[in-house]
Design a protein around this ligand. Structure first.
Ligand SMILES: [Zn+2]
Length: 409
């Protein structure tokens, strides 16, 4: 990559993180925060100056554009990144610091109250000698997902000026991914691709195309509250029942005891008193059959409790599916994985095929029939003050995107 392109990449990234695009939970509007629209408008102008066609910014902050192929009969590949940052950590007045030639050891952030240490983050050992971009310790950085946007824009800049044969590219920058509303107003009928990629992963080499099947469940337990002095044989304590209920779950199948492709039940909220308790669960599994079994297990448990305890009002259960494993769709389009894998290898990067223990916008797209694996951005420690990225990692992502566009024809 040319030194000038590398400089543009860094400048673009530093410019994008200066926009406060934090997603707001419970907002009435879409996008949920005005900064996302401001960034989208800026990107719209940049896409125009790069000469892309079919540029469209919807009133809900979905920005799409098209770079046509320079050869006949080329496939069309989508590239997607999100405008918003996590609600978990402030993204206002981000003051990034660029560290040239990282020497190893702790990095003090800002005035030094916060620091990032390889003791906690051993991946930092692999970044020695690289140019790192960190925060001043008061906000997140926003590499999730502005690095993805800067990488796509830089790749578009390189591709649009090059005579190398390339495929058609459709671009989408979407709002509110972090609050699960990214695809709410996404018009897939106007985003016709053979397959697509989100550029929203972490360390260099990450290639993800399997995610959890996910559901949420609420169990409601109604007890009978009586004055404790006269409660014998009359009181039904919903709190006691809730404790008993929770004891029936397999003890090893929780987030803190599982990894890789293992699924879990996660009790993440417990509210209540003697009269009434609500237990809120997340249910996760990569395997669709086991996922259904987990939901059935919970339904049976509720049923059993209702019978055994002969409760008057009983336990009630509400289960809602959240998203599905994208693998079923992606496996129908093996070229999507093969192309990314080959492009990485040709760029000298060892691909790391790994499952996502969460969901992405790609999961939603997969449900609608568009295969959409996720590719690395080069960033780490997303959603926190300790977020960081290397310029070299971002360059690798740009190279992989360019290589994919060229190898696809
Ligand atoms: Zn992201």
């Amino acid at each position: 990559m040319l030194a000038a392109e590398r400089q543009y990449l860094l400048e673009r990234f530093l410019n994008y993180v200066s926009f406060d695009t934090q997603a707001k939970l419970g907002a009435k509007n879409s996008p949920s925060s005005s900064g996302q629209m401001k960034l989208a408008k800026q990107l719209e102008r940049e896409l125009q100056s790069l000469g892309l066609s079919e540029i469209h910014l919807s009133k809900h902050g979905v920005l799409t554009a098209y770079l046509p192929s320079n050869v006949a009969n080329a496939p069309t590949i989508g590239l997607i990144a999100h405008l918003d940052t996590s609600p978990d950590c402030s993204g206002k007045h981000v003051k990034p610091e660029v560290i040239n030639n990282y020497r190893g050891g702790d990095i003090a952030l800002g005035i030094g109250e916060e620091f990032i240490s390889p003791v906690f983050f051993p991946f930092m050992h692999q970044l020695i000698g690289k140019t790192l971009i960190v925060t001043d310790g008061s906000t997140l950085l926003g590499a999730d997902n502005k690095a993805g946007i800067a990488e796509i824009m830089t790749a578009l800049s390189i591709l649009s000026q090059s005579a190398q044969p390339r495929c058609n590219l459709r671009i989408a920058f979407t709002p509110d991914e972090e609050i699960g509303l990214g695809m709410q107003f996404f018009d897939l009928s106007k985003f016709q691709c053979d397959w697509a990629y989100t550029i929203d992963g972490g360390a260099v080499g990450e290639l993800e195309y399997e995610n959890f099947n996910a559901a949420s469940a609420v169990v409601n337990i109604t007890g009978r509250n009586i004055h404790p002095g006269y409660a014998k044989d009359k009181m039904v304590n919903a709190l006691t029942l809730a404790c008993e209920f929770q004891q029936r779950f397999p003890a090893d199948e929780t987030p803190e005891k599982t990894s890789g492709k293992e699924g879990f039940f996660h009790l993440h909220r417990l509210l209540g008193d003697v009269q009434n308790v609500e237990l809120h669960y997340l249910i996760r599994d990569f395997d669709s059959e086991k996922f259904e079994q987990r939901k059935a297990f919970l339904a049976q448990l509720v049923e059993q409790f209702n019978q055994q305890k002969s409760l008057r009002h009983g336990l009630t259960l509400e289960i809602k599916d959240s998203y599905r494993n994208m693998y079923d769709t992606v496996s129908q389009v093996p070229q999507a994985i093969q192309l990314a894998d080959r492009a990485m290898r040709e760029c000298g990067i060892e691909p790391n095929h790994k499952p996502i223990r969460g969901g992405t916008d790609g999961a939603w797209l997969a449900e609608k029939g568009l295969a959409c694996p996720n590719i690395f951005t080069g960033g780490y420690n997303f959603h926190s003050k300790h977020e960081l990225i290397s310029l070299e990692g971002m360059e690798s992502a740009v190279k992989v995107i360019v290589k994919m566009a060229e190898l696809a024809v």
